[in-house]
Design a binder for this molecule. Structure first.
Ligand code: TXA
Ligand code: MG
Length: 349
């Protein structure tokens, strides 16, 4: 398949022509990669089962792993899901924005889009290109992250091109993703709302908005036991993992340096906070260090994480060491992606 790549820097007349062309592709059952404020999405008409099937194929994604449907206003959910008071409470505060809510589905959403479930994930992105594309398509857009299944979600068009060239009809380059990690997912179909994937909208913000503490699915922070069922099908799949094993070091930087020296791996790389990177380069001069930003700035870390994993993946490191993040606020989203990239390998120093 021939893939057209177009760049949009701002919404102007030229951009509108590109978005109209993309909308026509969506309406005709084709695939368009578009930017959102979290990561790039691989979009198709959510109401067209054939188009949904094309998404699974392009990503090499198992078809029991459901797709999020993207809408341009919170009210648009009415047609595709049974909304609740909690839905509108959260929508009024956090939509448009990086929050996905799981609701009971109406049968206007084909079973393929829902991965066989009776629920549907709904998200209203704030990115202007995404908004315009949904509006001009006139349908909800089903869109998983635009990576091949198993690799980190793309936060820039160059990573989309690495994974999706020849697999989609069009890629819209809208620059680097604002946030850099996928949306927060909250299920509203369980008795108490349950956080299935942490993101920019935090556990603390959601609990405050609802006036009580929501649950956190065990897969957010822990490895699932054999036979344990993931509330979100995507959680059972390996994710974000570069080819080299990732090992998380929980402790002081000096202890980490001692550990890395002792292990004496053949070709290690280190992901380190800026302040630690300087100490490491003094002590371990021959090891490549990837700068993970300011230790106290989780926004910066979220923005960098997936591109660091992709850049590191270009070399055959024997191991990639990284710090274990904190679990409060935005930290939980970073922690969740890191433990999955590391397949839960954590060394307590
Ligand atoms: O930020 C995002 O959410 C990005 C952008 C493109 O919007 N999309 C994204 O989609 O991350 P995806 O498919 O890569 O991740 C969605 C996750 C998957 O783990 C999937 O299993 C889960 O959401 N999910 C989708 N529908 C669900 C449902 N009805 N119940 C439970 N989990 C669901
Ligand atoms: Mg994904």
């Amino acid at each position: 398949m021939k893939t057209e790549v177009c760049s949009i820097f701002e919404i102007n007349k030229e951009a509108e022509i590109i978005i109209d062309r993309a909308a026509t592709i969506i309406k005709n059952g084709g695939l368009v990669v578009f930017p959102t404020e979290t990561v790039y999405g691989l979009g198709a008409d959510a109401t067209n089962s054939e188009a949904a099937n094309k998404i699974y194929k392009a990503k090499s994604r198992p078809s029991d792993n459901p797709l999020i449907i993207h809408i341009d206003t919170p009210n648009m959910a009415e047609k595709y899901a049974y909304t609740t008071d909690e839905y509108y409470k959260l929508a009024s505060l956090f939509m448009p924005g990086p929050l996905t809510l799981i609701l009971k589905a109406r049968d206007t959403v084909p079973i393929q889009t829902r991965g066989g479930l009776d629920t549907v994930a709904v998200r209203c992105p704030s990115n202007k290109i995404a908004q315009e594309l949904i509006k001009r398509s006139g349908v909800p857009i089903a869109a998983p992250s635009a990576n091949l299944s198993g690799s980190p979600s793309p936060t820039a068009a160059k990573y989309v091109i690495d994974d999706m060239m020849g697999r989609v009809d069009m890629i819209i380059d809208g620059g680097s993703s604002d946030f850099g990690l996928e949306s927060t997912i909250l299920s509203l179909v369980s008795d108490t709302p349950t956080l299935l994937r942490p993101g920019k909208i935090t556990y603390e913000e959601i609990s405050k908005a609802l006036g009580y503490e929501v649950n956190i699915a065990s897969a957010v922070t822990k490895c699932l036991n054999d036979g344990e069922i993931a509330l979100s099908p995507g959680m059972k799949y390996r994710h974000y993992a570069p080819k080299a094993p990732v090992v998380l070091l929980d402790g002081d930087i000096n202890d980490a340096i001692l550990y890395i020296k002792k292990e004496n791996s053949s070709k290690p790389a280190i992901i380190a906070y800026s302040s630690d990177a300087k100490i490491i380069s003094n002590e371990l001069a021959n090891i490549v260090v990837y700068d993970f930003g300011n230790k106290d700035n989780p926004e910066e870390q979220a923005h960098l994480l997936f591109s660091l994993l992709r850049e590191a993946d270009k070399y055959d490191y024997s191991v990639i060491y990284a710090p274990l993040p904190k679990t409060d606020g935005l930290g939980l989203a970073i922690y969740n992606r890191m433990i999955r990239a590391a397949a839960h390998k954590i060394i307590r120093l």
